[in-house]
Ligand binder design. Structure first.
Ligand code: TYD
Length: 230
């Protein structure tokens, strides 16, 4: 009998999330990194939250129109969680299982910061929602793009043009300062997963910093694993 060769399971892809305040340049940097990874023959997709899957995009519309706000911060958080649950199940996990790298614009840290730190939603509820929506799925790396608030706001205003600010862009300068501080604390408290990248520079310079963070981080993770195996 001819032996049928077993299909080799692809090596799991890497999951990289991007975080930061308004106008920190996440979408530009995600695009630049995806091009670089694809050029290195690493199949890569980009996605975003809230949204990224058909069901989650419907919830995104509700949230960013500001309609979620009237239900209060807890229910608004549940809506973000519902969107994430669909996105993880429909897009992120299947892609990683096929060996694809996934670059995601915002993820659980956004909920921790916007709803947790700023919306004062109980951290226990935030953790409970994480258990349900993502389980063990932890980003391999989270790039936190850091810019002074005034610069971020100016960039966001330019990008928006004549359009009205969305639900979160319309918050006060003080809100955005607190946001920046909260992200910096996350980076400080979880240096294994997070890299804080100074994003107050031109896109090419920031892209080099992102690339260096990725190389340093993934290399050091691989190195730790090798040492542990030896
Ligand atoms: P978006 O238009 O995608 O803007 P940005 O370029 O800032 O990412 O808007 C997403 C908004 O939703 C953003 O202001 C942050 C907010 N948000 C939360 O409050 N909680 C969350 O869990 C997520 C994913 C996003």
């Amino acid at each position: 009998m001819t032996e049928v060769p077993k299909a080799r399971k692809p090596v799991r892809g890497r999951f990289i999330t991007f975080e930061g305040g308004e106008g920190s340049g996440k979408s530009t940097q995600i695009q630049m990194l995806a091009e670089r990874l694809n050029a290195a023959k690493l199949r890569t997709i980009t996605t975003r939250e809230p949204g990224g899957s058909a069901g989650a995009e419907i919830v995104r519309h509700l949230l960013l129109s500001g309609m979620g706000k009237m239900f209060g911060p807890e229910t608004e958080s549940l809506l973000f969680a519902a969107a994430r649950d669909d996105h993880v199940a429909q897009v992120i996990v299947p892609a990683l299982d096929q060996g694809t790298w996934v670059l995601c614009d915002r993820f659980t840290d956004s909920t921790r910061v916007y709803q947790g730190e700023l919306g004062k939603v109980d951290p226990k509820l935030i953790r409970a929602m994480e258990r349900v929506t993502i389980g063990d799925l932890k980003p391999d790396l989270t790039i936190i793009l850091d810019v002074p608030v005034a610069i971020g706001m100016e960039r966001a205003m330019k990008r928006r043009g004549a359009a009205l600010p969305d639900r979160f862009e319309g918050e006060s300068g003080d809100f955005h300062e607190k946001l920046r501080e909260a992200y910096r604390r996350i980076a400080e408290n979880d240096p294994q997963r997070c890299a804080l990248v100074d994003a107050n520079a031109d896109p090419k310079t920031v892209a080099e910093r992102v690339w260096k963070a990725l190389r340093d981080h993934l290399f050091s993770v691989a190195a730790t694993r090798e040492t542990a195996k030896a």
